[in-house]
Design a protein around this ligand. Structure first.
Ligand SMILES: Cc1cc2nc3c(=O)[nH]c(=O)nc-3n(C[C@H](O)[C@H](O)[C@H](O)COP(=O)(O)OP(=O)(O)OC[C@H]3O[C@@H](n4cnc5c(N)ncnc54)[C@H](O)[C@@H]3O)c2cc1C
Length: 271
């Protein structure tokens, strides 16, 4: 922080964005500050505090669940909507963030802005087919969450654009879901593996299935072969396919065995 010359705390998104895009200020956005305050690049001269922006609401819109980028983990955990959506798995994921102090400050926007192996919400949003709304110099942009970390996006959120909300589609409201952070202790940020399983069941058929994996690489990924096997409703087949995909991702013996057993448990217990 030694090179900070200016502090700005705008109350409008447009105002924040114009500060960010004004090269004179060399600004960087900070939300909770839990991740970036220790690692602020020396080139940054303006601390652009997002806390007064109206981007904190958690609401229903057109049947979708919209979570403002400025919502903290604690607010997400305590939100009635998040506690009921997808069986409460979104609130459960927020509650799995390491400590109450961090949950009070850390926001979902800051959690997804940069890929990071141990961050919780990238795995959740990937498995729920979420979209992300960004405010850029060329106006608002709605993208699939899975495209946020691709070089084709051509944006660096926090430096040249702002994430304003995460949108979780209506179709997932009644999906069966489970978030799992397999870690040494509940208060660890690091995990051996982070998982989010989701499935839709109509009658006796599984019509949608997702198995998202975090902690093995900065960007979370889905396991397509496991997902195909989940559609058959066979827990053992899904577990075997998942183990093979994790092995290919060099997860190691313990993670492969544990994660595939957890998928089997999900299939047998939740679907
Ligand atoms: C002790 C400790 C424990 C932690 N435990 C966990 C854990 O268990 N699980 C977990 O997932 N994370 C954990 N974290 C990591 C961190 O707290 C989270 O990633 C948090 O969500 C970051 O949010 P923030 O609001 O504090 O972001 P900040 O630190 O303010 O910003 C992080 C990055 O996001 C950018 N940014 C922030 N908001 C926006 C926005 N709206 N638009 C565009 N860019 C934006 C910033 O420019 C910066 O690059 C932990 C961190 C610490 C220090």
């Amino acid at each position: 922080m030694k090179n900070i010359k200016y502090y700005a705390c705008p109350s409008k998104v447009k105002e924040a964005l114009s500060l960010l895009l004004n090269k004179r200020y060399k600004a960087m956005a900070l939300a909770g500050g839990t991740l970036v305050s220790k690692t602020l690049p020396d080139s940054v001269e303006t601390y652009l505090d997002l806390k007064n922006l109206p981007i904190k609401d958690i609401r229903l819109q057109g049947g979708n669940l919209v979570i403002g980028a400025g919502a903290t983990f604690d607010e997400i955990d305590r939100s009635r909507l998040c506690r009921t959506w997808a069986g409460g798995s979104i609130a459960a994921a927020a509650a799995a963030c390491s400590t109450q102090l961090i949950r009070n400050m850390a926001t979902i926007g800051g959690n997804i802005a940069r890929p990071h192996s141990f961050n919780i919400f990238p795995v959740v949003l990937l498995a729920l087919d979420a979209k992300v709304r960004l405010q850029t110099g060329k106006g608002a942009k709605l993208i699939d969450f899975q495209d946020l970390y691709t070089s084709g996006l051509g944006l660096r959120p926090g430096l040249d654009s702002l994430i304003t909300e995460a949108i979780i589609p209506a179709k997932t409201r009644n999906w069966k879901c489970e978030f799992i952070k397999l870690a040494r202790t509940a208060s660890s940020w690091e995990s051996y593996i982070t998982l989010f399983f989701s499935a839709e069941k109509k009658g006796k058929s599984v019509t949608q299935a997702r198995a998202a994996v975090g902690a093995l690489s900065p960007r979370p990924f889905r396991a397509p072969e496991a997902e195909k096997a989940m559609l058959s409703g066979e827990g053992a087949a899904a577990a075997a396919a998942f183990a093979a995909e994790l092995e290919a991702a060099r997860a190691g013996e313990y993670r492969c065995a544990a994660a595939s057993n957890l998928l089997k448990r999900f299939m047998e217990g939740k679907i």
